[in-house]
Design a protein around this ligand. Structure first.
Ligand SMILES: [Zn+2]
Length: 280
């Protein structure tokens, strides 16, 4: 399999940049289907941004929240909207110096972090043409660049884990819209690798975070760990986290139902695996 950042080579960046989470859950292939969203130019507007790293001024597209109705979340909590997928738009990237981050945290950067980005990214960054396409392929590269920046900046595990989760969501969207069958296997494996890194990062962050985090309360965090463990084929941990959802304080009925659904899927998997072993 190619390295996680192989598509950042065009920017002059190190494609072997390691992501430094500790634990190592095991792999298993699994893809989920969710609703496809369409790109519509009338649903976005240009926002003027001043880069906090190099002072370059540029325009970045943002989704008009007023017209884009939230519909549901996928199994791994990917938010699904009625008209346009905000995942395509919510990383802001400076094409002059290579600084990229989620729009919600773009200006939350310390002097030390600015220095690190100038030294480790801007010094070797090769600017690309201004971004015109807002599709899953471009969003994938933008989000990987944001993750690369987060690593260089020494961001907390929770931030890196969330970016890994977002990249797995983007790969969900990418896989849904992809027509070339031959690319699907590689993207599915790549997605699973980001699911794994998200899981390891969220596990690592768990002891140190205070809730809510990225819109999640504690029961939702348990659910997320449970569903990510399920996707990785780690049945026992999955069931353990999902059981916590049932008894956690502040756990809503809808979340409990969702946890029960995933638990059923885990039990189904266990049953299938037992049958496969006994028929060998
Ligand atoms: Zn910049």
């Amino acid at each position: 399999m190619e390295s996680m950042f192989s598509d950042l080579g065009a920017f002059g960046l190190d494609s072997d940049q390691p992501l430094d989470f500790n634990s190592q859950p095991k792999d298993e292939k699994q893809v989920k289907k969710v609703v496809t969203t369409k790109k519509t130019q009338q649903l976005v507007f240009d926002r003027k941004i001043k880069c906090p790293v190099c002072d370059h001024e540029f325009l970045s597209k943002t989704v008009k929240t007023s017209v884009n109705r939230f519909e549901k979340t996928s199994l791994t909590l990917r938010p699904v909207y009625s008209k346009i997928d905000p995942l395509l738009y919510d990383v802001v990237q400076c094409n002059a110096c290579g600084y990229a981050a989620l729009n919600t945290s773009y200006n939350k950067i310390s002097e030390r972090q600015v220095k690190a980005i100038r030294e480790k990214i801007s010094s070797k960054f090769i600017p690309k043409e201004e971004q015109k396409d807002y599709d899953y392929k471009t969003a994938l590269v933008n989000n990987k660049l944001a993750l690369y920046n987060a690593i260089v900046m020494g961001s907390k595990s929770i931030n890196k884990a969330y970016l890994c989760l977002r990249i797995s969501w983007i790969l969900d969207g990418y896989l849904e819209t992809l027509t070339e069958e031959d690319k699907k296997e590689a993207l599915t494996l790549e997605r699973l690798n980001f699911v794994k890194n998200a899981y390891m990062g969220f596990l690592e962050a768990y002891e140190t975070i205070s809730f809510p985090v990225f819109g999640m309360n504690q029961p939702t965090y348990y659910y997320l760990l449970g569903v990510l463990a399920y996707e990785l084929g780690d049945h026992s941990h999955s069931k353990r986290w999902l059981s916590k959802v049932m008894v956690a304080e502040g756990s809503h009925q809808r979340l409990k139902d969702k946890a029960r659904d995933v638990k059923d899927l885990v039990n189904q998997k266990i049953k299938e695996e037992k049958e496969a072993t006994s028929s060998e």
